[in-house]
Design a protein around this ligand. Structure first.
Ligand code: FE
Length: 178
């Protein structure tokens, strides 16, 4: 055995226990995203569109992320339905202002362009969403803004449902049963 081979063998022996430990630990994206109440303002059959921005809107907010299985596999063609209050804290219960749905791409990505959800009495700032992997159960939940003063006073708010917000973009990865 040459010294080079011996060195390689030694390196492989040293590396093996670590390699075994790493592969024994299944990749996990955590438990399923918690479910939350739909609230009183859901309207079915929202339009399919990725921009909910209305004419004359002064600001933009992008909501984007992934839909994943608990084993971190991207879920393609998952439905993501979004609805939220307008700048005045009102829901459009007759039409579809600030309501829309999209489907994830092959990498499990979704993206909406909208505005920061308006505030209304009794709640902290939030988005409503329904997420559904193809032919699976619908996950209804809500997303929150980190650092929002109303979070601490809102009995429904959960810190694990806060988006990661960077300037005008909020990121949230949903974990669903798929
Ligand atoms: Fe609401």
């Amino acid at each position: 055995m040459t010294s080079r081979m011996r060195r390689r063998l030694l390196a492989a022996t040293l590396a093996a226990p670590f390699a075994r430990r790493a592969s024994a630990q299944p990749l996990t994206c955590g438990t399923q995203t918690p479910r939350q109440t739909e609230g009183p303002f859901f309207t079915p059959d929202s339009p399919r569109r990725t921009s909910l921005v209305e004419k004359g809107a002064k600001e933009r907010f992008v909501l984007e992320g992934l839909v994943l299985t608990p084993q971190c596999r991207p879920v393609a063609n998952a439905l993501v339905d979004l609805w939220h209050a307008d700048e005045q804290g009102e829901y459009d219960n007759r039409g579809f202002r600030y309501r829309g749905h999209t489907f994830t791409d092959a990498e499990g990505r979704y993206r909406f362009e909208t505005i920061v959800a308006g505030l209304y009495p009794g709640r902290t700032r939030h988005y409503h969403v329904k997420v559904q992997a193809p032919k699976r159960r619908i996950l209804t939940t809500q997303l929150y803004f980190p650092g929002e003063p109303g979070n601490a006073r809102d009995g429904i708010h959960r810190p694990e449902l806060e988006m990661k917000v960077d300037k005008d973009t909020g990121r949230f990865d949903f974990v669903v049963d798929a």
